[in-house]
Design a binder for this molecule. Structure first.
Ligand code: NDP
Length: 323
């Protein structure tokens, strides 16, 4: 596993990382979390992604308990969390990035994660009802207080990221260093077009999510929704239609042939393709089972096999379907 700088920041993250969305609490208890995190770690992963809202705080609790059992040196592990949706109803507790919410939410996350600080704190979505300046100031203060070492955004527009960066620059505050966008073979525009100038201008790194489009790119939805998969879960039912999209599933048939030629699985090909983009600092993988972690981590061996010829084949199959 190689390590990459988080954009222009000095922090180094493993090119593949591991996140807990949907899985922790809903599909994985502390024991399963320990097993999967340990397997990722054994493959060289140093970055573990979380968010306040995942399983309403339970995902942070599980990761906190797992980290306690795993006893990794704090210097060696990078942990993140994200804020926006909140855990409670109330004008200052839900769907906001105001100063009051952010600084109190951080206290709650650190308690659940059982950590003194997180390495990365993200604004999980933009908040049109709080001035960007207020959010930037609060995130910068989190860093100054030592509760986060770096901060960034998730699914902010290029304009919003640039505005935040310029405000921080103007006031000598801690700047956002990272954005966390969706990026996979079927979801590319933001990373490849909208953000194109941010990498150079602002030194923004990317920790990208859903490399398998929630499992679609593993090929498992070609014959409908399998029992026990994400598409069958009650709380992610809204994903079901996207997962059984006919043209995309048909494309995975063709992609599988490319994967076979390279001697890898479809999932490994899809994950490696994300990591091939030099603007991606780390591809955050997800898994509900240990076997998936073991399979997905081997994607690192596929990155070098993605020659221009192979990329062209993949492009021909997926580009017409990509948004
Ligand atoms: P993926 O698109 O890779 O989907 C992961 C899911 O696909 C697994 O939970 C599993 O679901 C299935 N899967 C994984 N590997 C395989 C395999 N080899 N074979 C078959 N099925 C497989 O990533 P996620 O959507 O989970 O996103 C990864 C991480 O990104 C999250 O954990 C989170 O940390 C972050 N994220 C951030 C967001 C943001 O807004 N910032 C939004 C979403 C995610 P199953 O077995 O249940 O079918």
């Amino acid at each position: 596993m190689q390590f990459r700088r988080l954009g222009r920041a000095g922090l180094k993250v493993s090119e593949l990382s591991f996140g807990s969305w949907v899985t922790f609490h809903n599909q994985a208890d502390v024991k399963a979390a320990v097993e999967m995190m340990a397997a990722a770690w054994d493959h060289g992963v140093n970055f573990f992604d979380n968010a306040e809202v995942y399983a309403k705080g339970e995902s942070e609790r599980i990761m906190g308990a797992a980290l306690k059992k795993l006893k990794w040196p704090r210097e060696k592990v990078v942990v993140s969390t994200k804020f926006y949706w909140g855990l409670n109803d109330g004008p200052n507790e839900r769907n906001t990035l105001n100063r009051k919410y952010l600084l109190q939410a951080m206290d709650g996350s650190l308690k659940r994660l059982n950590l003194d600080f997180v390495d990365l704190a993200y604004c999980h979505r933009p908040d049109p009802n709080t001035p960007i300046e207020e959010t930037v100031w609060a995130m910068s203060d989190m860093v100054t207080r030592g509760q986060a070492l770096y901060w960034g955004t998730s699914e902010w527009s290029a304009d919003e990221i640039r505005a935040a960066w310029l405000i921080a620059d103007k006031h000598h505050l801690h700047k956002p260093v990272v954005e966390q966008p969706q990026y996979n073979l079927f979801h590319r525009k933001r990373v490849e077009k909208e953000y194109a100038r941010l990498y150079e201008d602002c030194g923004i790194g990317l920790t990208t999510w859903s490399p398998l489009a929630s499992g679609l790119l593993s090929g498992k939805y070609r014959k409908g929704i399998p029992k026990g998969s994400r598409g069958a879960l009650e709380n992610t039912k809204w994903l079901a239609d996207q997962l059984i999209d006919k043209p995309k599933n048909a494309a995975t048939d063709k992609l599988e042939k490319v994967a076979k030629e390279l001697g890898c699985t479809l999932s490994q090909l899809a994950i490696a393709w994300c990591a091939k983009n030099p603007n991606v600092s780390t591809v955050i993988t997800g898994a509900s089972k240990l076997a998936q972690v073991k399979e997905n981590m081997k994607a690192v061996d596929v990155i070098a096999k993605l020659t221009p010829e192979v990329i062209a084949k993949i492009e021909e199959i997926t580009a017409p379907l990509a948004g």
